[in-house]
Write a protein that binds this ligand. Structure first.
Ligand SMILES: N[C@@H](CCC(=O)N[C@@H](CS)C(=O)NCC(=O)O)C(=O)O
Length: 122
């Protein structure tokens, strides 16, 4: 109980620090933005607000100047269940990648960020 409170408080501090120190997003021409954004079709990020590894991943998404659908596993029980059933465990962040009806699940924030950067630079 106490541990949960401390973890929550710490998570909120991280969210706040992230908010006041957000890096600038990459700026692109409208055409280039549409092209880059299309490389993110089929992606969704399972996460929750005060998770430090999720903050790190959302921060990287913001810096890349793209949108990735965020699925909060604490707000929507169906997202938690999808993650458990599809990915095999309830651990966040987890990137769901859908490509030609094939779905893969990527855990580990560093791996996810690298994957997103590669898509943005392809
Ligand atoms: N090394 C992982 C750590 C992720 C992590 O520990 N996430 C926590 C939430 S902040 C979690 O989901 N823990 C549940 C678990 O590990 O089963 C990463 O960088 O993504």
């Amino acid at each position: 109980m106490l541990l949960k409170l401390v973890r929550n408080a710490l998570g909120n501090v991280i969210v706040f620090v992230d908010w006041v120190s957000r890096p600038k997003s990459i700026q692109r021409s409208p055409t280039e933005q549409i092209r880059v954004q299309s490389a993110f079709d089929g992606l969704s990020l399972y996460q929750f607000r005060a998770c430090p590894f999720c903050v790190k991943t959302r921060r990287a998404i913001h810096a890349l100047g793209v949108d990735v659908e965020l699925r909060d596993i604490n707000k929507e029980i169906k997202h938690r269940e999808e993650l458990q059933e599809g990915g095999g465990r309830v651990k966040v962040p987890c990137l769901r990648i859908e490509n030609n009806n094939e779905v893969t699940w990527m855990y580990e924030s560093s791996e996810i960020i690298e994957h997103l950067q590669q898509r943005a630079n392809a």
